[in-house]
Design a protein around this ligand. Structure first.
Ligand code: ADP
Length: 876
């Protein structure tokens, strides 16, 4: 069906034309519009095979309609059918693109022509349409291809037969960095290394000979000098006549692939050679990949493990308690890390650091990757470090040193327990406080400067003596600080670690020592001898005043100065003293004098030398010795004399005593005779007076004198006996001895009502019998000289002082005036000669016995208060 649009303002004309046209061509449908505008509107909505238009119409005329349609590129056939056409309009119509031109004539043949024209125009239009369509399609395809080529990531090229580029798509610039104009017309060999170019030219020749190339790998060098791997497909390029004009082809940038291949190889190498255990496990805990380290740990080959379940390898229990829970957390999308002891076949258990990482493909977890590292050694080291850290802590927490760490301002970052003692605060309260606050006010500013200087000069290790003050009690501490200043890798300050040793005592000792040294020097200087400190080569190190007086100054040789010789003195014993390390003490005659000399080794190379001038002393010593001998002889003489007198006086005394007794007898006889009557009473009275009173009294006097003399003689003879008998020294248990002595005084104690207190006594060395006598005499005196007005109290005590035992007998008796404290130890000295019984020899005997033992006697006493008698005895 041919659809025709008829544009005609006269409806009757339209109907006529329609009737005539359909009569000729029944397969035609004619639609009528009565204006140009309606025609344009309808053509916009519907398609028609042909437009037949009148020329003369109200509004837009036929030519204007055609013009509009053609402008709108409406390719529909356009035929004019006008009432009053002329050649001008016809020419204009054809110029504007009309396809035919008819006038409205009568007659069937006319309509036949029009119908034929319609059919012809429609056909022509259809053919034109087809042609245009083919052309359009072709153009389209060409554009598509060219778009493809232009936007392709692959590198597309054409070359002439010399190998110069004739076409390059933009991918070349993108890949190699050269602009199109920098490559076009240039031979490809310019863009590669000479070796590669040589290889590629050979390939190019073979393409020219008709050999197609697929998958040829070559390397271009990009504009910035980097190698670019390309994979080439290329073949001959012929013109339309089949003449060879070059080659064409496509290349693919495989640099990344190459790199990945390389990396993959590296990864494979790394994974298979890694000492760490690596595995890839799927969601069902089956191994997908394991490396050598992994499989060999389980004594299996990689193939044996792949496909196996991890529970088979670890055992159900370990798998369910350790592996599975961790793996499940990982497969929930988290990286998991844990450390655990693992048992491996035929190996000691190992402490492993295990990491599970989710294995994600296309955003989906497909399993997990395992990485296992043996950190047994690390663990053990860690434990050792922990242990040593613990020890370190113990040291820090128990040391008596003050340990601190301070920042750049001197504020405490750390302080150990010693803070309590030094700062008066527990460690935690000290953090942040400034250490400078505790430095002695006199030193603070100076020490701040020193601290700043350390930091400025980048000092690392140093030391410092510093005085600190405890703010609570003002106690001053002297510290010797070992300081270590720390910096990080970039040289930035990080902190100051210090250990402070309390040298307060040392300081005092040092002070004392200095004093002592000074004192020593003073003493040495005051010493009436030459005192030298010398080296083995006899060089003087130090000397005293007396030495300096003879020129013996430090640095000089001993023999050259006071030895007054050019070579070592012949009597010098220094070499022997140094080699034997023993003191040598000998008298030396030299320089016209007698010297008492000492060589005292101090160290291997150091000794002291003393030389005392004893010339005079040795002379007087000789005199003394002589006097001593004389004294001993005199003393012996005295003792002999004493013995003889006491012995010889005894016999006349006995005679006197005998005659006195006889006289007494005679008197008694006379008494009986006087009673007789033959004696006159006057005489009787006289006799009685003479015999019974005068004579009796005389005889009594004689008797008492004899008794007294007898006592004196006994005491003298005892004195002489003690002087003569030798002493037998043994260990004396004084406690036993005093207990025995006490028993002999028991009666006297009871009668006087006095108390005797005996303390624990030290033992000593001596003659038991004689010491017994000493105690007896002293106790006897203590009892004898008690004050009758008060209750008597006696005490015996003793103690060791140095190498002597000192004993004391104390009483609260009448006491002794101070002027007689020494005299009472002399024979016959009595404080009150007429009072009480005694010969004044008891203390003399005590003194003599003690002197013979090498001891001493003395008394401390106050009249009417009491006395303390002391004596000392050796303990060795
Ligand atoms: P004697 O006791 O026989 O007189 P001594 O030699 O024992 O002789 O003592 C000398 C003197 O020292 C005594 O006469 C006495 O005056 C005095 N004397 C000794 N012991 C004591 C004593 N414990 N208290 C007071 N006087 C003492």
């Amino acid at each position: 069906m041919i659809r025709v649009l008829h544009v005609e303002d006269e409806i009757l004309v339209h109907l006529l034309i329609k009737k005539n046209l359909i009569e000729v061509e029944s397969d035609m449908e004619i639609t009528c519009v009565n204006s140009g505008k309606d025609a344009i509107d309808l053509l916009a909505k519907e398609s028609f095979d042909c437009v037949i238009s009148d020329y003369q119409m109200p509004g837009i005329n036929g030519l204007e309609l055609l013009k509009i349609l053609r402008k709108k590129k409406k390719r529909v056939p356009f035929i004019f059918l006008t009432g009053q056409g002329n050649e001008e309009i016809a020419a204009e119509a054809f110029r504007l693109g009309a396809d035919d031109y008819f006038t409205k004539e009568e007659g069937f043949a006319h309509y036949e022509r029009i119908t034929n024209s319609i059919n012809k125009q429609i056909r022509a239009h259809q053919e034109e349409f087809k042609r245009l369509k083919v052309e359009n399609d072709l153009q389209m395809r060409q554009r598509q291809y060219s778009d493809l080529v232009e936007t392709s990531h692959d590198l597309i090229f054409k070359c002439d037969d010399k190998g110069c580029f004739t076409y390059l798509n933009p991918a070349w610039e993108h890949t190699l960095g050269y602009r199109e104009d920098e490559m076009l017309g240039h031979p490809f060999k310019e863009f590669k290394t000479p070796e590669q170019a040589e290889k590629d030219l050979m390939r190019f020749q073979s393409i020219l000979k008709g050999q197609d190339t697929f998958g040829y790998e070559t390397v271009y060098i990009s504009k910035d000098g980097k190698p670019v791997n390309l994979l080439f497909n290329a073949k001959l390029l012929l013109d339309s006549e089949g003449n060879l004009i070059g080659t064409q082809g496509i290349a693919h940038d495989i640099t990344v692939r190459k790199k990945i291949e390389g990396e993959l190889r590296w990864y494979e190498y790394f994974v298979s050679n890694s000492k760490e255990m690596m595995a890839l496990v799927d969601m069902d805990f089956s191994y997908l990949v394991v490396n050598e380290a992994y499989s060999s740990a389980f004594r299996k080959t990689q193939d044996e493990l792949i496909g196996k379940k991890s529970s088979d390898i670890f055992g159900e229990v370990f798998f369910n308690t350790i592996v599975k829970p961790n793996a499940e957390r990982c497969m929930a999308g988290k990286d998991v890390n844990y450390q655990e002891w693992f048992e491996f076949p035929k190996a000691k258990s190992k402490y492993m650091d295990i990491t599970y990482i989710p294995y994600i493909v296309d955003n989906e977890v497909k399993g997990f990757m395992v990485n296992g590292r043996d950190i047994t050694a690390l663990k053990k080291t860690e434990e050792r470090i922990k242990e040593s850290e613990k020890k370190y802590r113990q040291v820090v927490e128990t040391t008596n040193d003050l340990i601190t760490r301070v920042d750049a301002e001197g504020k405490f970052l750390f302080i150990n327990h010693m803070s309590e003692k030094i700062l008066g605060l527990p460690p935690e309260k000290c953090i942040g406080l400034s250490a400078f606050e505790y430095i002695h006010p006199d030193d603070k500013e100076n020490e701040k400067k020193i601290f700043a200087k350390w930091l400025a000069e980048r000092v690392t290790d140093t030391s410092l003596e510093s005085r600190w003050v405890n703010p609570n009690d003002g106690q001053i501490f002297n510290f010797m600080w070992s300081v270590n200043i720390q910096y990080d890798a970039n040289g930035h300050f990080t902190g100051v670690n210090s250990i402070g040793r309390d040298i307060t005592k040392l300081k005092l000792e040092e002070k004392e020592l200095k004093k002592l040294l000074k004192l020593n020097q003073v003493i040495l200087d005051a010493f009436p001898c030459v005192a030298l400190l010398l080296r083995a080569n006899q060089e003087i190190v130090a000397s005293n005043l007396a030495a300096k007086e003879v020129g013996a100054y430090p640095g000089k040789k001993c023999f050259e100065t006071w030895g007054q010789r050019s070579d070592p003195c012949p009597w010098c014993r220094a070499p022997i003293a140094l080699s034997t390390q023993k003191k040598i003490h000998i008298p030396v005659e030299g320089l016209g004098k007698i010297w008492d000399t000492y060589w005292i080794p101090i160290e291997k190379d150091l000794y002291m030398h003393f030389a005392f001038d004893v010339t005079e002393q040795s002379l007087s010593e000789k005199q003394l010795e002589r006097l001593n001998i004389e004294l001993i002889e005199k003393s012996k003489e005295m003792e002999g004399f004493l013995y003889i007198t006491s012995h010889d006086l005894r016999s006349p005394l006995i005679t006197i005593e005998g005659f006195a007794k006889r006289l007494d007898y005679v008197l008694k006889k006379v008494k009986t005779l006087i009673g007789r009557e033959e004696i006159p009473p006057s005489l009787m009275k006289e006799f009685e007076n003479l015999f019974m009173e005068n004579m009796k009294e005389s005889v009594e006097y004689i008797n008492s004198c004899v008794k007294k003399m007898n006592n004196l003689l006994n005491a003298l003879s005892e004195m002489s006996r003690i002087g003569r008998i030798p002493i037998t020294i043994t260990d004396v248990d004084m406690n036993r001895l005093i207990t025995k002595i006490k028993q002999t005084y028991e009666f006297q104690l009871q009668t006087t009502g006095a108390t005797l207190k005996i303390e624990e006594l030290p033992s000593c060395k001596g003659d038991k019998k004689q010491i017994d006598q000493v105690f007896s005499n002293l106790l006897g005196n203590a009892l004898k000289y008690l004050n009758p007005k008060r209750k008597g109290f006696i005490a015996v005590s003793g103690k060791i002082v140095n190498d002597k035992a000192i004993y004391c007998v104390e009483d609260n008796g009448i006491g002794i005036p101070p002027n007689l404290h020494t005299r009472i130890f002399e024979p016959f000295h009595r404080v009150r000669p007429t009072e009480g019984i005694g010969e004044g020899l008891g203390l003399a005997i005590v003194h003599k016995i003690i002197m013979k033992h090498g001891g001493m006697t003395w008394v401390e006493s106050k009249p009417d208060k009491g006395s303390k008698f002391f004596f000392s005895l050796p303990i060795e």
